[in-house]
Design a protein around this ligand. Sequence first.
Ligand code: ATP
Ligand code: MG
Length: 465
Amino acid sequence: MDSCDKTIASVMPEAARCVIEALEAAGHEAWIVGGWVRDALRGAASHDVDVTTSAPWPVTTRVLRAAGMAVHETGTAHGTVTAVCAGETVEVTTYRVETGYSDHRHPDEVHFVQDVEQDLARRDLTINAMAWHPTRGLLDPFGGRNDLVDGIVRTVGNPAVRFGEDALRMLRTVRFAVRFGFAMERQTHKALLDKLYLLREVAPERMGQEVDAIVQSGRAGTALLAYPEVMCAAIPELAAARGFDQRSVYHVYDVYEHIAHVCNACEAFTAGQATAPLRWAALLHDVAKPATYSEDVDGHGHFFDHPRQGAHMARAILRRMAIPSEIADATCLLIRWHDEPMPATTPAVRRLLRRFSRACPGREVPLAFNLFDLRRADAVSKCPSAACWAHQMDAYTGILRSEIERGPVFGTRQLAVSGSDIMRALNIAPGPAVGMQMEVLLQVVMAGEVPNERDELLAWLGAMP
Ligand code: ATP
Ligand code: MG
C-alpha cells in the first residue's frame, strides 16, 4: 500500500468494504473496479461503486444475504447482483469475459472466469480498467494510472478490434476524453475515425445514453469541435450544419461552429451548471438552419421558421435517443422560442410565462431563465456587433426577477379574484361566461392595465360597459 492507497482507503464506501470482506471471508476474491477506482485516483467523487468477484452470482447472493445484506438480482445474465448495505448500493459482478460481437454491439457469449485480469481486459479504456482492494492496493495491468496522470484516453488492447466488438465504445471514448479534458491517444483516434461507420449498428437508445452523457458533462461544445465526425455520426442531422456558410453579417461562424460556441457559452453563463434541457437546446437549437436556408436578392442568407422546424427535428432526435419526455418537452420549447422577437417589457415576460406554463406546467419560471441563458449564449456566439444583444437578456432577467418577487401572474389561477367573486360582482350564474370574464381580467392584468389586487379587479369589472 502506498500513500495513494491510504488516501483511497479513506474514501472507500463502507458498503463496498462490507461486500468485499464478506466475499473474501467465504473464500472468494473481490475488488472495487472501474469508474470508482478511476475517480478516486483523480481525487474526485464517484456516483456509484462496482465490485467484481470470482464468486458466481448465485454464490455472491447467498454469501451477502448470509452477511445480512439485501441482494437484488438486477442483471444475472451478465453475472450482476445489487447489494444494499447501510443504505448504500453496490453492484457486484462475477469476473467475466465476452466473446463474439458479430453484430458490433452485443457479445455473442458471456463467460464467467476466475482471473480478475481477464475481467479487466474486457473493459473499454485503460483508465476504466483498474481494480483496487483495501489491502492488496491497485491492480493496473494496462497502465491506466499513468494515462490518468498524463491525461490520455486509450483503449485496452487494439482499438480497431475493441471498437469493432462494440461500436458504442467510440462514443464512450469521446465522452471520457471531453469530460476529463484528456487527449486521445493517436492509434485510438485513428481507429475511431476508421470504424465510425459501425456506429450505425448501435441501437439508438444506447447511443442516446452516451450522447446524453456527453451533453450532461457540459462539454458538448468541445466534443463538437474536437470530434466532429463522431458527433455527426451520432446525430446525423448535425452533419448538414458543418461548414454551412450563413452568408450573414451577423455571423462569423458557420452553423456548426456557432452551435459549438453556443454550447460553450451556455456553460459559461451558468458557471458549468446548465440544466439538461438548456444543454440539449444549445446543441440542437439551429439544427434546422440548413433545411430552412434561403437567400435574398442581395445574397444574404435567411433561415425563416428554423426555430419551429428545429423544435420538430429535435423532438424526433430526442425520441429516437429515448431522452425522457420531461427533458425533451422543455428542450423543444426552448428551441421553438430561442429566436422570437420579444420586447424587454413586463407584459412580454408574462406572455412568455403563460406560453411556457401551458407547454410545461409548473416549470415556466426556470425554463424562462433557461431561455434567457440560451438567447444570451446565442447572441455572444454570432459576431462582435451582435454580442450587445446579450445585455437585453439582463433586462429580461431583471423583469422576471421582479415578477417573481411580486408573484407572477400568467394564469387565471393567480388572479386575486375567484370565479365566485366574479359571479357575485356581475350577478351571473356558473357557466362559460365566468371563465371568459376571468380570461378578460387576466389579459388586462398581464398587460399591466390593472394591478392584481382584489378591490381593483372588482372595481374594474364593475366599471365595464
Ligand atoms: P461514470 O462515472 O460515467 O458512470 P463509469 O466508468 O462507471 O463512469 P459506466 O458506463 O458506469 O462508466 O461503466 C462501468 C465500467 O464498465 C466502466 O468503467 C468500464 O470498465 C466498463 N464498461 C462500460 N461499458 C463498457 C463497454 N461498452 N465496453 C467495455 N467496457 C465497458
Ligand atoms: Mg458508472
